[in-house]
Design a binder for this molecule. Structure first.
Ligand SMILES: Cc1ncc(C[n+]2csc(CCOP(=O)(O)OP(=O)(O)O)c2C)c(N)n1
Ligand SMILES: [Mg+2]
Length: 593
């Protein structure tokens, strides 16, 4: 996380809400996404009239789920939080699923809200009563890291500074701070200091136990068929080069689980896809920031949900992560209990470099191992090359068919953007983007929603694109249709705030994940699969996403239905985004998977 800026020259605050703006400025908060509401009208006025609508600048949203998703995507792309402000309990209820997504994704967001007044003698009849809770944070407490409702203005600075620190301390997560309407709107009578926020920075990253790390190094060096699995490690982009080095030092293949960019798709040791046999053969597995390790070591039957290990009995398991440091009971994101041989709670940004040092040390004492490592590297590199070549050939072959496939969508889009400094901010075209594109730079792919709450993609993509604005990078969103239908008015926000973003619809005209389940259940029960489209297909009438986007002020075209039509449309889209620095949407009707 970027360090907050220290004290800056400011106007004299007059109202409590001016102090909240001073705090946002002190932390260099660039944006505050919100849909307006009377419970935070004080903060709203202060942002616009006291703060000059700059740090933070208002990002106007039509639904609180979008406000929070924008903050979610922004934090992943920028490496620091922005603010989402939500109207009392109704806005907070709309926001709740998106807060849940960010919580499961361990992404820091400052969610602010308003309430009250808590002083019953100051409440307007009816509305201030029904919109005041005891206390509001209760609504989201199970999936924020901390919530607070400062009692008086004097408590506001400490509360905000503490909230920022908690949100940005590993494991990171959203916090919710709620401001009483009276605190926001009362005139300041006693002058109040904004703390020197740089002195409240998160603690230095936690290192792993030295003896445990030494044991891990020994296991890895002595292993015949070691394997690394990484999932959220790349949330700190600096850890990615360390992971590459670790893999190279010992010729260890790496599976990138994809919650973030962890390992280059072009690296000869990348075995993310199409190398499941390695899981069954591995004698030592190192899991780096893998929240669901059990799920990574097992297969599950689509029909009966039965799970089975695919790992080799007796394989040694090592895990390094911070996940155990944030366990709540409400959602089971602690995942199935997995026995481990060596467990370390540590920040991989410091643990992996230290592990490299220890591995090198051990290797120097045992130079006889080097030829075996070289041989392993060679075998893995050959297989990697042939897998990539096969994927490319398979994708190319899809150009000859009548309908657009997910492989073709990814192939054509990859070709169009390959000379750009792109970031895939959402979507994957069913995994084909990583198979076909050169994922080479940390943070070039931002992962998915975390909580699997549909409605994340468009907002998160806009937030990431806001973060990347003026960076020279091209934000690309491969947008699922059902997901956009849930939060379609996010397109208006993208247009309103001139967000440069290339949106390519993977429009399978279905909530297909659910259709797939319907097919599996019908098959298992020996019932007609033809009915799987009832309650899942979004057709008859079809949604015209290009028209929808245009109605929100976003330039768009489509539906594109044939493989040959796709490339020219994507080229027009790219040209537009680059020249105009605005969003553009291409609706691509494609096969479901
Ligand atoms: C808020 C919410 N509602 C419902 C679901 C169940 N669900 C999971 S995936 C999915 C389909 C999503 O459709 P789309 O975004 O078009 O993606 P597709 O599966 O078609 O690629 C649904 C309905 C969910 N995860 N979240
Ligand atoms: Mg769909």
């Amino acid at each position: 996380m970027a360090q907050p800026q220290s004290r800056v020259e400011r106007k004299q605050p007059q109202y409590g809400s001016d102090v909240v703006v001073d705090l946002m400025k002190a932390f260099d908060i660039e944006y505050a996404a919100f849909n307006p509401g009377a419970t935070f009208r004080g903060i709203h006025d202060s942002i616009v009239n006291y703060g000059g609508n700059y740090k933070p600048e208002v990002i106007f949203c039509n639904h609180e789920e979008i406000s929070v998703a924008i903050a979610h995507g922004y934090a992943k792309a920028k490496g620091k939080p922005m603010v989402a402000i939500v109207h009392n309990m109704v806005g907070l209820q709309h926001a709740s699923m998106a807060i849940f997504n960010a919580y499961i994704d361990r992404v820091p967001i400052m969610v602010l809200g308003g309430t009250g007044p808590m002083n019953t003698k100051r409440r307007r009849p009816r509305i201030d009563w029904i919109h005041t809770a005891l206390v509001q944070g209760n609504q989201v407490r199970d999936y924020v890291k901390w919530d607070d409702q400062p009692y008086s203005l004097a408590d506001v600075p400490d509360s905000f500074v503490r909230g920022y620190r908690i949100a940005t301390t590993e494991p990171m997560a959203p916090v919710y701070i709620n401001y009483d309407a009276d605190i926001q709107e009362d005139a300041i009578t006693t002058p109040l200091e904004i703390p020197e926020v740089s002195r409240y920075a998160p603690p230095a990253p936690a290192q792993a136990h030295s003896e445990a790390l030494r044991q891990a190094a020994r296991l890895l060096v002595e292993a015949e068929t070691p394997l690394i699995i990484a999932d959220t490690l790349g949330r700190n982009p600096k850890t990615v080069p360390a992971l590459i080095e670790l893999a190279e030092v010992l010729s260890i293949p790496v599976i990138d689980k994809g919650a973030r960019f962890n390992f280059p798709s072009t690296h000869p040791l990348d075995v993310t896809d199409g190398a499941r046999d390695l899981l069954g053969r591995a004698d030592v597995i190192l899991a780096l920031d893998v929240p669901d390790l059990y799920g990574s070591l097992t297969t599950v039957s689509k029909q009966t949900r039965a799970c089975e290990y695919i790992t080799r009995p007796g394989a040694k398991l090592i895990s390094i992560s911070m996940h155990d440091m944030l366990v709540h009971s409400w959602a089971g994101d602690y995942q199935a209990l997995q026995p481990l041989d060596l467990a370390m709670t540590a920040d991989t940004s410091v643990a992996v470099p230290e592990l490299i040092r220890l591995c090198r040390e051990q290797l120097e004492r045992d130079p006889g191992r080097k030829p075996r490592l070289e041989q392993r590297q060679k075998e893995l590199a050959e297989k990697h090359k042939s897998r990539r070549a096969k994927w490319l050939a398979d994708a190319r072959a899809k150009g000859g068919q009548k309908e657009i496939s997910t492989a073709w969508l990814a192939l054509e889009l990859g070709e169009v953007i390959k000379n750009e400094d792109w970031v895939l901010v959402n979507g994957s075209s069913n995994g084909w983007a990583r198979r076909l594109w050169d994922f080479t730079r940390p943070n070039q792919y931002l992962g998915a929603s975390g909580g699997a709450g549909v409605g994340y993609g468009s907002g998160a993509a806009i937030g990431a694109a806001l973060a990347l604005k003026d960076s020279g990078k091209l934000a690309v969103n491969i947008q699922a249709d059902g997901d956009l239908l849930m939060t379609s008015s996010s397109l208006w926000t993208a247009a309103k705030h001139r967000v440069p973003l290339l949106v390519v619809m993977h429009n399978n005209q279905s909530f297909y994940n659910s259709e797939e389940h319907a097919i599996e259940v019908a098959k298992f029960r020996n019932r007609p699969v033809e009915n799987a489209g009832i309650g899942t297909h979004v057709d008859d009438p079809e949604v015209d996403f290009a028209k929808m986007a245009q109605s929100f002020g976003v330039n768009a075209e489509g539906p594109i239905r044939s493989p040959a039509e796709l490339r020219p449309a994507l080229e027009r889209a790219l040209r537009f985004v680059k020249e105009k620095k605005l969003p553009y949407l291409v609706d691509v009707v494609a096969e479901p998977r």
